[in-house]
Write a new protein. Structure first.
Length: 192
């Protein structure tokens, strides 16, 4: 992973980092939820580019929890952004399985090993750190995962290993999506 292709967007969104003051992760989510305790479907569409029918389909399939009073909380939004950031390079059912590997049943928070908002924050921090590497390897990725998740408290034995495995897959898949987007853009440029 030494192509040094940087993503100018906040992961999982259609928003440029520069438009939001360069923040990602929990800082970005805090800006969204600064005034309100929930966001509406139209706001999720504006943030992520996901249309309402897609989100309803994800909910119907059990990949996203139902909104409460037509509002999505910070963990639901983070969950949606994680799915969105991976869907160009992973099959949706595999994304759902990966998220289930981390947090179990979508409707049961008691089996979660980490809040979706914290997971999203970890992903963003790892991605931001890897951009500074001249040459990024799986070894350096794993070092960053260990560093970023140092404050994580295991809910049960094996939870840290699950989190580490999932973060490695998510970050590599997201980086693959960035490379794919770059390749698609270059192809469009030469075919015009």
């Amino acid at each position: 992973m030494n192509l040094q292709i940087k993503d100018n967007f906040i992961p999982g969104t259609k928003l440029l980092r520069s438009e939001i003051g360069g923040v990602t992760g929990l800082e970005f989510l805090a800006k969204i939820f600064f005034i309100s305790d929930g966001v509406m479907l139209t706001q999720i569409r504006d943030i992520s580019g996901i249309d309402g029918s897609t989100l309803q389909n994800w909910t119907k399939r059990g990949w996203v929890a139902n909104s409460k009073l037509k509002k999505y909380d910070i963990n639901q939004v983070a969950h949606i952004l994680i799915i969105n950031m991976l869907r160009s390079c992973m099959q949706l059912d595999k994304i759902a399985s990966l998220i289930q590997y981390i947090n179990g049943d979508i409707d049961d928070r008691s089996d979660d090993i980490i809040a979706d908002s914290v997971l999203y924050d970890y992903i963003c921090k790892i991605l931001d750190r890897l951009v500074s590497y001249d040459v990024c390897s799986i070894g350096s990725l794993n070092q960053e995962i260990v560093s970023v998740t140092a404050d994580y408290n295991e809910k049960f034995p094996g939870a840290r290993e699950r989190l580490t495995n999932a973060l490695e897959i998510i970050v590599v898949a997201y980086y693959a999506s960035i490379i794919k987007k770059y390749s698609d853009t270059r192809l469009d440029e030469i075919l015009v």
